[in-house]
Design a protein around this ligand. Structure first.
Ligand code: IPT
Length: 964
């Protein structure tokens, strides 16, 4: 993440030329996303015009949420999250593919296990979610190296350019990922509807490179439209809308709230958030629209969720829908996940990438989820939204509200935005709109209470009904059992009116609530009510099929779920609903015993495969009762054993197998302060801690060790001389490529106690340096991402001869867990983090209340889980808070690195995803405590973030133990 993106505008150069075109076709109608039926692999045609994407000529409004499979290392949970995304009304997902996650070394790629993206794409296909595939090669995403493999740091040639070195490298990645994406395209019966080239490619651009990415895609059979996500607004040039390297559908990223989560009430820091049209021939594409925030200032993600909460979503998303006419949306993020392993890019994020998203890191649904559902069900139900032009808005009368409108030129359906003129105000304003709707002119009273906005609809053929106008918002509608069911909603306590058209006087029966109906004799049936609870009105006759109209509040609207034509009310999550014969089959999660109601022609109900007693209601629906969750007891973490973990600090440690560090040149644009080059990446050690051991012949006059280390933000390093701990220092970082290269990064000077060194004897300097992850390459200039990790300068004041160095990082790559999983701590090199490590000889002791010395200390224990079957119990590891010197704790569960606790840091709860965690079996927990002085970690416990009956079946992710 670049800081304020506007800062960089000046760096960027403009290009302009002719637009690339894609065959426009088709009439207005909607297309639902691919369904399981399309698993029969029917090929579809994907086209577009200035209004929208089209599948087989039918228009699609793409409402997608961003999801990072690499931040959820349990493929069965991909289903959980994607089902939740689908149930929120999304019809698509936007997926980054992470080069570095798949490639530990040049020419080596892994697409198995937690990296099985073919499986991910099969799943999107099965669930009927369209995919915007975003394989970079550069992705940013606050992930290490912005998605580049760390080995790219050693490849000469500027990344994100057409330099031959980089070209060879990225073509290798594209040659692997493109064929996987290609076989899952909508055009081959799959889910991929668009392909995004590069990512916010606006600084130091190279059009030949941008063009070549697309050539590589086409050569691999990618034939869906190619898109790009331009940073922030069209002032960022090139936009890739025209000229060499142009894409078919240029889109814009918009983060109007910016990222200051400490001030969640400050709105619009980065502008109005109205997606710009970049091409006359392609739809307006909100490629990344803010749906959360990174927590650079460590306010905690709940504050980020507030900054981007339901009110912001109402005001900004609805404003954008009407002001921009966009029909392609990617909300970043729908679920953020975890920077497990060493996935984080250290400047902006820590272990959690919760992002303040609608679905939390622990896969829980929030108030933002409800708002997504309210908006998503609407945008993906109402077909005329796929083709709209700006239209005259109803006059707001004397009232203090702002109106803005769009209309479908074919159906004449109107969409009217109603909000405060100043989006950030929390006033309570009312107005009577004079609305020239397709069916007549109406006076429509509206009220905007607080930070809110509404999109009202007029002149809409709602199934078999005609909605003339309404001051309530439309959630969705279905047709089942020979009648229509429609849900309208509005602010609690605020009056509403709805006009429906009939050819003769219909019969109105108010089943529930207080609704007054009047028929004007000329076709208008007017309903007046106040939004309170859920009112039910049955309208029959009048020349139309029956309508069950449900009038609710925001909260009531959020209780609905829609799967195909089955509308369901209740349950904490309804994953799927299907009617077969006279039975409706639901897959649902419940948090408490509660009613569940189905608005479809069925007489029986099953929930999660089990029959549920159900009865028909007066409203012609079916209600059943579902049980709540079982009680869960979690084990205490006991039986700990401990062992010291920094033998490398001892002068007699055997480092015979270590790599000699004697290089004198580096590819990095940042040059070392002293030689030899000690950059960890240059010796093939890319992730986690590295150890250095330097030897020199002592003069006895030495006074000070002076070092410089780059760890990335938040890291530290530790120094021993002849086994004596000299202390620690903060690791440096090269913050921003706009700033001059820091000449003295991560400095540390360590006084040498007199008498420690003896003249003529070999002295051994041991240095442990953490690597917090690699910087991104947002500005495409190599300065950030190729900045080194490890020591960049070393000298001993008073020494006369040279220091000879050896270096050791991670030994080999864990085949299953991947290259980012572990670093070069002694315990990591010897498998102490793995299941089955023989720790019997270790000292029994728990981390709670026990102090450790500076350096590295390991703890291990095991625990058995037997969570109730058919439940979802997301667990976290909770750090109660320690004391003493600064310390950090690497967390390993069944050998998987699930995060780093940092004393005084923002995160105390660490997500332990089911699958990595054996929910019914034995688990191994290993902690590596790296302390800068004497410190106590404090209590560590298991904690349930929630208990749901339901969930998805989760099988254990293979977690090989120590073999030797
Ligand atoms: C934009 C990136 O495209 C995306 O990868 C991610 O970094 C996101 O922002 C922030 O979380 S960068 C834009 C905010 C300038």
């Amino acid at each position: 993440m670049p800081g304020n993106p506007r800062k960089l505008t000046a760096l960027l150069a403009a290009t302009a030329a002719a637009a690339g075109l894609w065959a426009p076709t088709g009439a207005a109608a909607t297309e639902t996303a691919p369904t399981a039926a399309s698993a029969g692999k029917t090929a579809h045609r994907v086209t577009y015009d200035r209004y929208s994407l089209k599948v087989d000529g039918r228009r699609v409004l793409l409402w997608s949420g961003e999801f990072h499979y690499f931040r959820l290392p349990s493929p069965d949970l991909w289903r959980d999250v994607l089902e939740k995304i689908k149930a929120a009304g999304f019809n698509g997902v936007s997926l980054y593919f992470h080069w570095g996650y798949h490639s530990p070394a040049p020419g080596v790629y892994d697409f198995t296990g937690v990296r099985d993206v073919d499986r991910l794409l099969r799943l999107t296909e099965e669930l009927g979610l369209y995919v915007v595939a975003r394989p970079g090669p550069y992705i940013n995403a606050e992930t290490t190296g912005g998605g580049f493999p760390a080995w790219l740091k050693n490849v000469p040639g500027r990344a994100r350019s057409s330099d031959p070195g980089y070209t060879r490298a990225y073509r290798e990645w594209l040659a692997r990922i493109n064929p996987i994406i290609a076989r899952h395209q909508v055009t081959r019966g799959g889910s991929v509807i668009a392909y995004n080239a590069e990512n916010e490619y606006a600084a130091n651009t190279d059009a030949a490179y941008m063009e070549d990415i697309q050539k590589q895609a086409r050569a691999a059979g990618i034939d869906v439209p190619i898109t790009h996500n331009q940073c922030c607004d069209a002032s960022w040039t090139p936009t890739w809308a025209s000229g060499q390297g142009a894409v078919q559908i240029p889109g814009v990223d918009d983060y109007p709230q910016a990222f200051e989560c400490r001030e969640p009430d400050v709105w619009g820091t980065w502008g109005e958030g109205v997606t710009e049209r970049l091409s006359d021939d392609a739809p307006v594409y909100a490629a990344e629209y803010q749906a959360g925030a990174i927590d650079g200032n460590k306010a905690g993600y709940d504050k980020c969720r507030e900054l981007t909460g339901p009110n912001f979503m109402k005001v900004y998303y609805k404003s954008n829908l009407i002001a921009s006419g966009a029909t392609m949306f990617g909300y970043y993020m729908s679920f953020g996940g975890t920077n497990w392993g060493r996935l984080a890019q250290p400047n902006d994020v820590y272990t959690s990438y919760d992002y303040g998203a609608a679905i939390t890191e622990n896969r829980q649904l929030t108030g933002k989820y409800d708002e997504f559902k309210r908006q998503g069900l609407f945008t993906t139900t109402v077909a005329p939204l796929t083709k709209t032009d700006p239209a005259a808005a109803p006059e707001p009368g004397g009232g203090a509200v702002h109106t803005e409108a769009r209309a479908n030129p074919d159906t004449r359906t109107q969409f009217v935005l109603v909000r405060h003129p100043d989006r950030t105000t929390d006033a309570d304003a009312s107005a009577d709109l004079t609305w020239n709707a397709p069916d007549g002119t109406y006076t429509v009273p509206v009220r905007v209470k607080g930070r809110d906005a509404k999109v009202l609809v007029a002149g809409y053929d709602m199934g078999g009904q005609r909605l003339a106008v309404s001051s309530s918002e439309l959630l969705t509608h279905t047709a089942a059992d020979g009648r229509d069911v429609a849900v309208l909603y509005g602010t609690e306590g605020v009056p509403g009116m709805t006009v429906l058209r009939y050819t003769s006087k219909p019969t109105v029966k108010v089943l529930d609530g207080d609704v007054r109906a009047s028929y004007d004799g000329k076709g208008d049936l007017r309903l007046d009510y106040t939004h309170r609870g859920l009112a039910r009105v049955l309208v029959t006759g009048g020349g139309r099929r029956p309508l069950l109209l449900l009038l609710g509040t925001d909260a009531e609207a959020a209780k609905f779920w829609k799967h195909g034509d089955v509308l369901v009310r209740g349950g904490s999550l309804v994953r799927s609903a299907r009617v077969a014969g006279d039975t409706v089959h639901l897959r649902a999660d419940t948090d408490e015993a509660a009613g569940i109601e189905v608005f479809a022609g069925a007489a029986r109900m099953t929930v999660n495969g089990a029959p549920v007693a159900a009865r028909r209601t007066a409203a012609g629906t079916l209600t059943g009762r579902v049980p709540g969750p079982a009680r869960v007891r979690l084990p205490e973490l006991t039986g700990w054993r401990t062992a010291p973990g920094a033998p490398e600090a001892r002068p007699d440690f055997d480092d015979r197998d270590w790599t000699v560090a004697d290089r004198t040149a580096t590819v990095s644009p940042i040059k070392p302060k002293t030689l030899p080059v000690l950059y960890a990446d240059d010796y093939g050690f890319h992730h986690g801690h590295v150890w250095y051991r330097g030897r020199f012949t002592a003069t006895g006059e030495e006074t000070e060790v002076r070092l410089n280390a780059i760890t990335g933000k938040g890291g530290s390093y530790q120094v021993w001389l002849n086994g004596r701990y000299l202390g620690s220092a903060a690791g440096g970082e090269q913050k921003d490529s706009d700033a001059p290269v820091n000449p003295d990064p991560g400095p540390g000077s360590f006084a040498i106690p007199s008498g420690l060194l003896t003249k003529g004897r070999t002295a051994v300097l041991s240095v442990l340096v953490e690597n917090m992850g690699h910087n991104d390459d947002w500005t495409a200039d190599d300065v950030r991402h190729k900045q080194p990790r490890g020591l960049v300068g070393a000298s001993v004041t008073g020494a006369s001869g040279p220091i000879t160095w050896k270096i050791q990082g991670a030994s080999g790559t864990d085949r299953v867990r991947g290259p980012l999983n572990n670093g070069g701590l002694y315990g990591e090199r010897t498998g102490r983090h793995l299941p089955g490590y023989p720790d019997r000889s270790w000292t029994p002791a728990s981390p709670a209340g026990r102090a450790v010395d500076a350096g590295v200390t390991w703890y291990r224990t095991g625990f058995r889980l037997d969570l109730p079957k058919g439940h979802d119990v997301p667990l976290t590891l909770r750090f109660g808070g320690g004391s003493g010197a600064a310390h950090r704790v690497l967390i390993y569960v069944n050998g998987w690195s699930l995060g780093e606790y940092v004393s005084g840091g923002p995160q105390r709860d660490f997500t332990l995803p089911a699958g990595i965690l054996r929910q019914h079996g034995d688990n191994t927990l290993a902690l590596a405590v790296v302390a800068e002085g004497r410190a106590a970690v404090g209590p560590v416990s298991l904690n349930a973030a929630a208990v749901h009956r339901g969930g998805v079946p989760v099988s254990d992710v293979p977690s090989p133990g120590r073999t030797s």
